[in-house]
Design a protein around this ligand. Structure first.
Ligand code: CA
Length: 233
């Protein structure tokens, strides 16, 4: 079995730090945390972390400086910066210093987890969580084996259903129009009115598997006039 990914949290705000540790533990990662930039740098330079979650405004050394020094020592280290600063200038500065990605505070857990998984995937780290998709508290879907668990119940999916879930999950911040799903997942040209029914049929099948009441979906919702949206939480 693949090992758990080790993640170092560098964050001076105690409540955010504790929250991040809880979320990471719950989702199968192995977190460690420090509260200032210098300790973060020292720990990061041990090279034993798969990913560094790095706040920008930190005591002793700020996050940009920490990022810069980690990069100087280790070009491969995966780094995601957590920041309340969202101006383009800050983002450009951070990316120039070599952060792999950015998450602006306040962030949702689902959004943060997607970024973490994406960065770890790009870093080609064989973590056990990267292929798990979680919905609510009781559904876990193994996107590699096309299987899932809903409470005590076992679920089986088709490749297409999993692709659909993964695409919606990667874009869970917005509803995804059916013609986008058709073009991205089925390779159809857009605006083929007849074919949108294909998407609806797959959505209906998925709802019967993951929703306790498919007629009133909680996870796979219809946004009238806009498409389908996955609400993972
Ligand atoms: Ca801070």
């Amino acid at each position: 079995m693949p090992r758990k990914a080790k993640i170092l949290v560098v964050e001076d705000e105690a409540a955010i730090r504790a929250g991040l540790i809880d979320v990471l533990l719950y989702h199968g990662f192995q977190p460690d945390a420090v509260e200032d930039g210098q300790s973060g740098l020292d720990k990061a330079l041990t090279g034993k972390y798969d990913l560094i979650l790095l706040d920008v405004m930190l005591p002793k050394l700020d996050g940009f400086e920490v990022c810069n020094r980690i990069r100087a020592a280790d070009r491969e280290q995966a780094i995601i910066m957590l920041t309340a600063k969202t101006s383009d200038e800050d983002i450009i500065q951070g990316l120039q210093l070599g952060a792999d990605d950015y998450v602006a505070k306040p962030f949702s857990v689902a959004q943060l987890l997607e970024r973490i998984k994406a960065v770890l995937r790009r870093a080609r780290i064989g973590i056990e969580t990267a292929h798990m998709l979680e919905l609510g508290d009781d559904i876990q879907i193994d996107t590699r084996n096309l299987t899932g668990q809903r409470g005590q119940e076992s679920l089986a999916f088709t490749r297409r259903e999993i692709d659909l879930l993964q695409y919606l999950s990667a874009h869970s911040e917005r509803p995804v129009p059916r013609d986008e799903l058709l073009s991205k997942l089925w390779g159809y040209a857009k605006n083929l009115e007849l074919e949108t029914r294909t998407v609806d049929i797959h959505i209906a099948k998925l709802r019967r598997k993951i929703e306790s009441n498919p007629a009133r979906p909680r996870f796979l919702v219809t946004v009238r006039g806009a498409g389908y949206r996955l609400m993972p939480g």
